[in-house]
Design a protein around this ligand. Structure first.
Ligand code: F6P
Length: 297
């Protein structure tokens, strides 16, 4: 077989695998949601980042690992809930998942998400190795955002495991009208606090912060503006995870025409320093992220 044929065959297989991952996320989300009511309690363990695991985190992770791991073309599966990635086959694509982002919102019954990232290469992978990424938002309606092939689409997920395309080519509105910043205010750096005060002064913007990154980022994708989980005095690397949160959300927002940053460069260019490495995250309209970078300089 000529080299071009091999590449074409590889590409076709990769496309099937990416579509398969998206289908699994879409069809598993209703089951994850149905499984939540009895799992609003803490599990016995902590996750690899030292956070208390909820029974729901473990449940969602087990379901996704089993199903994504069985998919042809996937070689590795990793999640925020496991210390190491799992070898699941011979495929060249790797899938990294945050099974339940914002699971501390489970007790107060607030928004949560499931994030997925498909990398062309072994884990930990680099942001520029991403070939698809997205998330499910468990809100009053279950929706799924998928970035692949240079566009972002939104689907509504149904309880019968089907999904329906509701918005194509999603992009950030030009005029951002909301902002949401995580971490304790006294723990912010002086430069970030000065930037936050400037954003607050603009009468066209409103605070929207719910404590689940996916819920907060989806507000930015819908209304435009800026979300940050910044560098903290007590946590210079911020809180959120590069492989499971920073890269996939960077990919979604940049594909939707927005900008992302770790304070100095695109989230997609952050160094992949281990599977559970963290990064500060700033995502939103290009102009606001540029102002943020200038303020932190
Ligand atoms: O990564 C988990 C997460 O729950 C994010 O979804 C959210 O932005 C952040 O942590 C909130 O953390 P905290 O309540 O500690 O500020």
């Amino acid at each position: 077989m000529a080299t071009t044929d091999v590449n074409t065959a590889d590409t076709a297989r990769a496309v099937r695998t990416i579509d398969g991952v998206v289908d699994i996320i879409a069809s598993t989300a209703p089951e994850i949601r149905t499984g939540l009511p009895g799992r609003r309690v803490t599990a016995e363990d902590e996750n690899p980042s030292g956070e208390t695991q909820m029974a729901a985190d473990v449940f969602a992770d087990d379901l996704l690992c089993e199903r994504i791991g069985a998919l042809d073309g996937v070689g590795e599966y990793a999640s925020e809930e496991r210390p190491e990635s799992v070898d699941v086959g011979t495929g060249r694509l790797s899938v990294a998942v945050d099974p339940l982002d914002g699971s501390s919102n489970l007790k107060p019954n607030n928004t949560m998400g499931t994030i997925f990232a498909v990398y062309d290469g072994p884990l930990p992978a680099h942001g520029r190795d991403l070939v698809a990424a997205g998330y499910v938002l468990y809100g009053p309606v279950m929706t799924m955002i998928v970035a692949r092939n240079g566009t972002v689409d939104e689907y509504v997920l149904h309880d019968d495991a089907s999904h329906e395309l509701v918005r194509e080519d999603v992009s950030l509105p030009d005029e951002g009208s909301v902002y949401g910043f995580g971490g304790r205010v006294p723990d912010w750096t002086d430069d970030f606090e000065a930037f936050a005060r400037e954003v607050e002064q603009d009468a066209s913007r409103k605070l929207r912060y719910g404590g689940s990154m996916i819920g907060d980022v989806n507000q930015i994708l819908t209304y435009g503006g800026i979300f940050a989980y910044p560098t903290l005095e007590s946590a210079p690397e911020g809180k959120l995870r590069v492989q499971f949160e920073g890269y996939p959300i960077g990919y979604v927002i940049e594909t939707a025409g927005g900008a992302t940053s770790d304070g100095t460069k695109s989230l997609l260019d952050v160094d992949k320093d281990g599977l559970h490495a963290r990064t500060p995250m700033y995502v939103g309209n290009t102009e606001l992220v540029a102002k943020l970078e200038a303020a932190l300089d």
